[in-house]
Design a protein around this ligand. Structure first.
Ligand code: GLN
Length: 197
């Protein structure tokens, strides 16, 4: 089985491990460079992107993670993880980003009234009807900056699922509803990369 890490510095780690295991992956927590070096794919979970970014720097994981992404490591970022993967943020205050995904993202893009909501979302490439997902103080993509970025789902005209090569990002939490189809798609990508690196 492909060995897929979940970055376990802060955030919604356990639910991702479970979803990945239900999809047939060997799922492991990643907190150290040794662990990061040993995975075939990585999930950046939801949580607080400022905290996760600072901890990535403090634990010295940022250079290795960026290097592995450049080398083609499949990464699935959800919510805070999507923020961290973004090349740019739509805010004045700087925060540490991993980058690699050519989009500009806005944090907490849904106002107070709709702070958090569950919805069923059509996602390109996901068969079997709309995906059940949960938006929790979610970001959204404000602008696609690269020609190789595919928009796979939108809410109100804004991209909420994007793919760029081996990078997949979703603005919501796909791991809390039990609808594992996006995790399954990511596990498939990791399997393919393992076969033909
Ligand atoms: N609002 C959080 C942030 O800006 C993300 C929320 C989440 O991951 N559920 O990092």
């Amino acid at each position: 089985a492909p060995r897929i890490g979940v970055l376990a510095l802060q955030g919604d780690v356990l639910e991702h491990l479970r979803a990945l295991r239900r999809c047939g992956a060997e799922a492991v927590e990643v907190r150290t460079a040794e662990q990061l070096a040993a995975v075939d794919g990585l999930v950046l979970p939801g949580g607080e992107s400022t905290t996760i970014g600072k901890l990535l720097e403090r634990f010295g994981l940022m250079p290795l993670l960026r290097e592995r992404i450049v080398d083609g490591l499949p990464v699935f970022g959800t919510c805070a993880g999507m923020i961290l993967l973004s090349d740019e943020l739509d805010q004045d205050r700087a925060q540490p980003l991993v980058g690699g995904l050519a989009v500009r993202t806005r944090r907490n893009a849904y106002g107070r009234q709709v702070d958090s909501f569950d919805t069923a979302l059509e996602v390109t490439g996901v068969e079997g009807g709309p995906l059940d997902v949960s938006f929790i103080r979610a970001p959204r993509v404000e602008a696609v900056l690269g020609t190789d970025v595919e928009v796979l789902a939108e809410v109100d005209g804004h991209a909420v699922v994007v793919r760029q090569g081996r990078l997949l990002a979703a603005a919501f939490h796909p791991e809390v509803t039990g609808d594992d189809r996006l995790h399954a798609a990511f596990v498939d990508t990791v399997r393919q990369v393992r076969r033909a690196p």
